[in-house]
Design a protein around this ligand. Structure first.
Ligand code: TYC
Length: 138
């Protein structure tokens, strides 16, 4: 899910009020200020500025699972190819998975993680290896 929103920062101009009306106006019941804020007739003395609010994506860990049959060299190649790991990092991660049973290949936004899991599973199946790759919300 992606969406954008904006929030509003308000700054009150300094300066004295003129006129004898109530100091605090009640909530506005009509649309009299729906002019984009540019009509001096409706100037409330409030300057509003909107800024686009960036939402951080939900992140997912992509994990590799150990098995007894997938060759170590194949796992290292997958880590280099799909997860852009160096030879050394790929070897370290592969050995970690081999010894501990599970290991993290990276952390990504949902669709990136999903694509990497699919690439690993597709290449494993094509090569008839039982290698398993999963993702979990971080
Ligand atoms: N355990 C495998 C072997 O001994 C190697 C391996 C490592 C397999 C990591 C999967 O995710 C894995 N050949």
């Amino acid at each position: 899910m992606t969406s954008t929103s904006s929030d509003t920062m308000q700054h009150h101009r300094s300066g004295k009020r003129s006129g004898g009306g109530p100091a605090i106006a009640g909530p506005r019941k009509d649309d009299s200020d729906r002019d984009g804020g540019n009509n001096p007739k409706f100037d409330t003395g409030t300057v509003t500025k909107t800024r686009p609010k960036t939402k951080k994506p939900n992140l997912y860990r992509v994990l590799l699972l150990n098995d007894d049959y997938t060759p170590m060299e194949f796992v290292v190649l997958v880590l280099q190819d799909v997860f852009n790991k160096s030879q050394e990092d790929a070897m370290r991660i592969m050995l970690h998975v081999h010894q501990k049973g599970v290991g993290e290949c990276g952390v990504y936004p949902y669709e990136v993680a999903e694509t990497k899991v699919t690439r690993v599973m597709d290449t494993a199946r094509k090569n008839q290896h039982p290698l398993q790759c999963v993702m979990e919300k971080q």
